[in-house]
Design a protein around this ligand. Structure first.
Ligand SMILES: *Cc1c(COP(=O)(O)O)cnc(C)c1O
Length: 387
């Protein structure tokens, strides 16, 4: 007698997925080095295996170097950059607290929305897209709202290609006894990020921008003041998964014995990939990494300007790793980007919001930031403009 229920649905016919070979020169993910991919395809080990714990300790050490911090609580959150944002906001901010978010693009607006959903009383300053956060507006907002507990802002706005003065903003906040949440998703390992010099409290990043790792992890670091604040909350963190006081049992271990315990199953192979990506950054040295981003970016800017393109952002606050390029009237956005992808296997990104159809976002991130890739991109664009 057959007790199995007969299957009602036929199995779908699916073949193994083989991705096309693309040169990623958009807003992320960026190109990943084959050594990182090779490590990720090694065998999976247990998330509490002693060898895994050793690897995690090295990973934290390399993250501290990359963030330029001595913060003990420094580790990757198991999720994309937006989850790092959620982790910082939900741990630092308590319901009904007044929070100031400085918005100058898509990701500042996202942080304000995350803070609202965390129950904060959110006030914002706004700057025109393409401009840096205006510190005077932030100062005015702080002066007229003495109960502000936290300031959040984006160091490198990927929607516009603008860098804001993270050091000055953190210092202003610290002088007013205000905690800071800083988005370094597109800046980490692209331009100088100096968490301790800035005096930033809760900082998050992502793996798929200048760290040149596949998406899915979000490095974070918390100052001692921030950890203190999380441990002394009046209400528990709303998200169980993101509660630092619980996650720390896995990433740091018991405060007495140091023994690591299960919190959630960490994405083992993704972490092995990040270890290798960070190892590459450490081996090259941050100075070298930053210089390579700058030099490759300069090649692209010079090349594009000679073809008639103009940069949106003033040179003083322009991100080398994310160029926002205004299109001359004779260049059609969609068709040229499609040709770049389909004929030349090069991905660049479209403009967002008010810039849709008006500009391109060219990523010069991580492994993409090499002169030979700049040449390939310039030659391909030149070819597309000829006919
Ligand atoms: C990409 C990005 C994010 C979000 O990261 P995801 O991995 O897409 O969730 C946040 N902030 C900035 C500045 C980014 O560039």
């Amino acid at each position: 007698m057959n007790t199995l229920t007969p299957l009602k649905n036929e199995p779908p016919m699916v073949e193994s997925f083989i991705p096309p070979q693309r040169l990623l020169m958009g807003a992320g993910p960026s190109r990943v080095h084959k050594d990182v991919l090779n490590i990720m395809s090694q065998t999976t080990i247990g998330h509490l295996d002693p060898e895994m714990i050793k690897m995690m300790d090295e990973l934290k050490e390399m993250l501290r170097y990359t963030f330029q911090t001595k913060n003990s609580l420094t580790f990757p959150v198991s999720g994309p950059g937006s989850l790092g944002m959620e982790a910082c906001v939900n741990n630092i901010v308590e319901p009904n607290q007044k929070v100031l978010i400085a918005i100058n693009g898509v990701f500042g607006a996202r942080m304000a929305e995350v803070a609202r959903r965390a129950g904060a009383d959110v006030i914002t300053t706004e700057d025109e897209w393409g401009k840096a956060v205006d510190i005077n507006k932030v100062k005015d907002a702080i002066d007229s709202n003495p109960e502000i507990s936290t300031l959040g802002f984006v160091h490198a706005e990927t929607s516009t290609g603008v860098m804001s003065d993270a050091g000055a903003l953190c210092q202003l906040a610290a002088n007013n006894n205000i905690m800071t949440i800083v988005d370094t998703v597109t800046s980490l390992a692209g331009i100088p990020v100096n968490v301790d010099v800035w005096g930033a409290d809760a900082v998050y990043s992502g793996t798929q921008k200048c760290l040149s790792c596949p998406p899915g992890l979000s490095p974070v670091t918390f100052s001692e003041k921030a950890v203190e604040k999380v441990l002394n909350r009046s209400s528990p963190v709303q998200s169980w998964l993101l509660d630092l006081s619980l996650v720390a049992n896995y990433w740091q271990g018991d405060s007495q014995s140091g023994v690591r315990t299960y919190h959630h199953t960490a994405p083992v192979n993704a972490l092995m990939g990040l270890h290798e990506a960070l190892r590459r950054v450490v081996a090259e040295g941050l100075d070298g990494v930053w210089a390579r981003h700058r030099e490759t970016s300069n090649i692209i800017v010079t090349g594009l300007e000679s073809m008639g393109f103009k940069m949106l952002v003033d040179q003083s606050v322009r991100l080398p790793e994310l160029l926002t390029v205004l299109l001359p009237t004779n260049v059609e956005d969609g068709p040229v980007r499609s040709r770049l992808l389909n004929e030349f296997n090069i991905e660049i990104s479209a403009g967002l919001g008010p810039f849709a159809g008006k500009l391109w976002r060219i990523g010069v991130m991580g492994e993409g930031a090499r002169p030979k890739n700049a040449q390939k991109l310039l030659e391909a664009i030149d070819e597309c403009l000829k006919n």
